[in-house]
Write a protein that binds this ligand. Sequence first.
Ligand code: ADP
Ligand code: MG
Ligand code: MG
Length: 877
Amino acid sequence: MSKKYCYLFTEGNANMRELLGGKGANLAEMTNIGLPVPQGFTITTEACTQYYEDGQKINDGIFAEIMEYIEKMESITGKKFGDHENPLLVSVRSGARASMPGMMDTILNLGLNEDVVDVIAKKSNNPRWAWDCYRRFIQMYSDVVMEVGKKYFEQLIDEMKEKKGVTQDVDLTAEDLKELAMQFKAEYKSKIGQEFPADPKEQLMGAIKAVFRSWDNPRANVYRRDNDIPYSWGTAVNVQSMAFGNMGDDCGTGVAFTRNPATGEKKLFGEFLTNAQGEDVVAGVRTPMPIAEMAEKFPEAFQQFEGVCKTLEDHYHDMQDMEFTVEHGKLYMLQTRNGKRTPAAALKIACDLVDEGMIDEKQAVAMIEPRSLDTLLHPQFDAEALKKAAIIGKALGASPGAASGKIVFSAEDAKEWAERGEKVVLVRLETSPEDIEGMKAAQGILTVRGGMTSHAAVVARGMGKCCVSGCGDIKMDEENKKFELSGKTYREGDWISLNGSTGNIYDGAVPTTDAVIGGEFGRVMGWADQFRRLKVRTNADTPHDAAQARKFGAQGIGLCRTEHMFFNEDRIPAIRRMICSDTVEEREAALAVLEPMQQSDFEGIYEAMEGCPVTIRFLDPPLHEFVPTEEADIELLAKDMGKSVAEIKAIIASLHEFNPMMGHRGCRLAVTFPEIAVMQTRAVIRAAINVQKRHPDWNMVPEIMIPLVGEVKELKYVKSVVVKTADEELAAAGMKMKYLVGTMIEIPRAALTADDIAKEAEFFSFGTNDLTQMTFGFSRDDAGKFLGAYYDKKIYENDPFAKLDQVGVGKLVEMAAKLGRATRPDLHLGICGEHGGDPSSVEFCHRVGLDYVSCSPFRVPIARLAAAQAAIKEQRQ
Ligand code: ADP
Ligand code: MG
Ligand code: MG
């Protein structure tokens, strides 16, 4: 049998969301449970996919099936398209599987033409209504199907209102509306060059195609990418007979939530507008009444509606967001779905539903969107103050939170100003590793360049610091410490505010409030922890970050990068001396200065982690990242080392690499300069010994991670240095302590030879940032330049640095895990890198049997929840 592309509402149900889209599936479900739904049919998402496969055409088979279903609909409703007795009017509504609010437009009152409008005007004895429907239809059809801008029609309405001396649409008479309809048609003809279509079937096919087309509009594509919705899903189309809320004062239309979507409070929440249609309620044409008032003005319909709300909640076990219309006192349901809600409301509703016995704890955990927790963990703007604030720009919401401060233009200034107690926002063209201190000191970061995975974005997310990136509208003059935005010049010391979630930039200071982790949040996280198998660690380089992560429930550190500490002002001279040494002795002398610093850093981190496991990664980046670029710094270093400026410059020049990310870095540093590994091992072991002595009840097991291994022999060599040093240290201290030496799997060759690598490595940590970079063969820092074109051409749908590429990179991960465990069954496996906090990547890690994920402190709760959801999902399958 050939595929079925159309389903009557009576043929579908809520489980057919993939085929019928969310709206269609729920219209069918509401029909099934006996609620008053204007009848119609759904054209499937597969018809949409087919439309694209056929080169944006509706093929003959699908066309015939649509015609057949129109006839079915006609016999169900007893009305006929274009009929002069009893004409059928319909709405054409898009509906994807996942709701994509406002992405695709709806057309109402389709089926009208000049004959039909006369028929319904006479029959209803309500010409005002008839002409109101017609002018709305022409307007929507022109806008959605033919893309004649709305504004031309709105202009005509405004002119008409002015001419008639009225302010509200409802005050226009039948005659006025008729005249408007004629003007609209003329407008259509002048813009399109053809008469407005009069044949309802032609109108219908035009509308259906427009819905299919809208699946591929730029707004929809961006929304999908942001929300992990695959392009391949397609959208369904619903054709539904009209219910009219615009037939007079005993009619109206409304939207409502069964619970308050902002707070979660269990109380009907919504608005109702009399004598209105469709979007009027939300579009602000008139001020609607709160739903409570509807109870007084439409007691019967309201009572009926309350009953429907209860039925729907009991049926869906979740808060519902509904659209309805009252036609001459009778209620019609037009839509229901699980309502979108604020993260705080989501937690309250989940807990309330458990307490009401509507759902169990697993369902509660499963219904919270992990990523939404993010906004609960950062400072927020004061809601009242925000309403009054002026938006001066919008860019990428790269790292959530709210920030308000005085503008500074350099990391040094940020630090200096912050030290004297000022709140600052760091505004830069883009940031680089030297800016880290300044970024830390700032309330927030605003950059002119860079995307969601730019340095600023990645580092800010790691710190949990608000960041708005890529604001190309800024005309930057870093040298003179000023920029222009929105026609105003901003100078150092001027106040601005940033919203790192929306990307909004505000003029002046907007007060912020600290995030509170309320009781319901804790309750849901407690449940999540019971259900998950994956452990959640954090990526933290400082005791401060480690402590933050502990508060958020981290069970250890999966990645402690030792080099970040080297960028500190008091360390950088020593590390530069180490790099610019000519002899082993010179280098050892410089390392001796660094060693106690590293040791005390590690002690601080061990203390903050309270005995939880800590994986410390040895020095990784190319050395040239540390060398001075400023003349003055070079001179200082020369003096410090007793060398000439020319000699230092020669050393710096010799460190130049054509491709530093694939150059002298990672374990290659330890192979060439084993004394670095010796120093770092000593620091780790000594720190662990001290902390163990201070806390006899902790079981310290240091984990040393060798980066960038691609060949077992290089790991074996570095490991031998580590083991020799560690054993000497332990012997000298008279201590027995277990320690582990493992590696990052971040080079494809390491994944391919994981069975060999596991002979030496006691644990693997998948460094998926580098692994993605090396597998794709493009760097995270440069991908921004061309990924846009790849998205446009549908070659990639996501940034592989944000969401793990499960097909390619994931295959390496899975394979390496299997190979590794074949050699060493108790091999401990984890993932570090940005992916560790991305919910779909966490699910992948669960599936392939990793032991833990490690992510930045502010993503720890997200990963805990995502890990629980992965476990719950697996049980259900
Ligand atoms: P969106 O997904 O943007 O909400 P909808 O398809 O739900 O778009 O429709 C937009 C508006 O039109 C809603 O207010 C809806 O209730 C109204 N509407 C849609 N179909 C009908 C209909 N058959 N009768 C009356 N109103 C309708
Ligand atoms: Mg809707
Ligand atoms: Mg790496």
